[in-house]
Ligand binder design. Structure first.
Ligand code: BTN
Length: 249
C-alpha cells in the first residue's frame, strides 16, 4: 500500500541542552515532531549518564510518538530502525543489545532514551531520543573501548540530515507495523538482528538486583527471557545487560 508523504516536522537547532528535554516541553506538538541538534550541551543517556554530544560529530535527535500501547516494543523498534539504516549504509557487524543499544561488534554506535512526556497518562506521549556516532575519529579516554562511529568503521563521513531521514523512514516503517498489531514481527526482527537474543550467557544489573543466566528470546511484549542458574525462566523488563565470558569451572 502506498503511504502519504512522511509526517516528520523537523526543528533543527545549532545547539541545545538536550533534544529530549526540549521536546518533552512542547506540550501540543503533533506526533512525528522531531528535534535535532548539531550539538547538545546537556545530552543525557540512560541511568542518568551524560551522552557525549560534541558539535557536528554525532546525530542527536528526538521524535515524539503516541503509541497505542507497549512502550517497550516502541523502544525495541527504534533500535531496529537504526540498525537497518546502518546495514543499508553497508556497515558490517551491526548488533543490538537489549533493549536498544545498537553496536558494531562489541562497540556501541547508538544509544536510545525513551521517556514519557507530559502529565496525562491517557495521551501516552513518548519521546524517543536517539544519539548516533557519525564522525568521531576518537572518543574520550573513558569511552574508547566501548564506543565506535560510522567514520571509524567505514572511513566515510555521512551527511547527518540525510542519515536522519533514512533512520526516521525505518522507524516509521516499523511504527506502522506496531500500529497494525504486528508485535510478533517486531519481536522476530529484533531477535534476527541481535546476537544477544538466544543462548548468550549474560549478567543483568539493576540498582536492585543482579541476575546471571542464558538468554532465550523475547516475550511478546519485548521483555528479555533469561534462564537463570537454577533453570528458571525469568523475564527481564529493566536492566543493563553485559555479555559474560564462559569459564571452564
Ligand atoms: C543511552 O544511554 O544509551 C541513551 C543515549 C541517548 C542519547 C540521545 S541524544 C538525543 C537525545 N537527547 C538526549 O539528551 N539524549 C538522547
Amino acid at each position: 500500500m502506498a503511504h502519504d508523504k512522511p509526517p516528520f516536522i523537523v526543528h533543527h537547532f545549532d545547539s541545545i541542552g538536550s533534544t529530549n528535554d526540549y521536546l518533552k516541553e512542547l506540550a501540543d506538538a503533533p506526533e512525528w515532531t522531531v528535534v535535532v541538534a548539531d550539538e547538545q550541551t546537556a545530552g543525557r543517556g540512560r541511568r542518568e549518564r551524560t551522552w557525549h554530544s560534541t558539535r557536528g560529530e554525532g546525530l542527536y535527535f528526538s521524535v515524539l510518538l503516541r503509541p497505542p500501547r507497549s512502550a517497550q516494543l516502541l523502544s525495541l523498534l527504534a533500535s531496529i530502525g537504526v540498525a537497518e539504516a546502518l546495514v543499508n549504509l553497508g556497515l558490517v557487524g551491526v548488533d543490538i543489545k537489549w533493549p536498544n543499544d545498537v553496536l558494531i561488534g562489541e562497540r556501541k554506535i547508538c544509544g536510545i532514551l525513551c521517556e514519557g512526556a507530559g502529565s496525562s497518562v491517557a495521551s501516552s506521549r513518548v519521546v524517543v531520543g536517539v544519539g548516533i556516532n557519525l564522525s568521531h575519529a576518537q572518543f574520550p579516554a573513558d569511552l574508547t573501548i566501548a564506543a565506535t562511529s560510522i567514520l571509524i568503521e567505514t572511513g566515510r563521513r555521512i551527511e547527518s540530515m540525510s542519515f536522519l531521514d533514512a533512520v526516521l523512514q525505518r522507524i516509521l516503517a516499523w511504527y506502522r507495523v506496531l500500529i497494525s498489531g504486528g508485535d510478533a514481527r517486531i519481536v522476530e526482527r529484533w531477535e534476527e538482528l541481535s546476537t544477544y537474543a538466544f543462548g548468550q550467557r549474560v549478567r543483568i544489573s539493576t540498582d536492585a538486583f543482579e541476575l546471571n543466566g542464558v538468554t532465550s528470546g523475547l516475550t511478546s511484549a519485548g521483555g528479555l527471557v533469561v534462564v537463570d542458574d537454577t533453570g528458571q525462566a525469568q523475564t527481564v523488563l529493566v536492566g543493563e545487560v553485559s555479555r559474560m565470558r564462559r569459564t571452564n569451572s
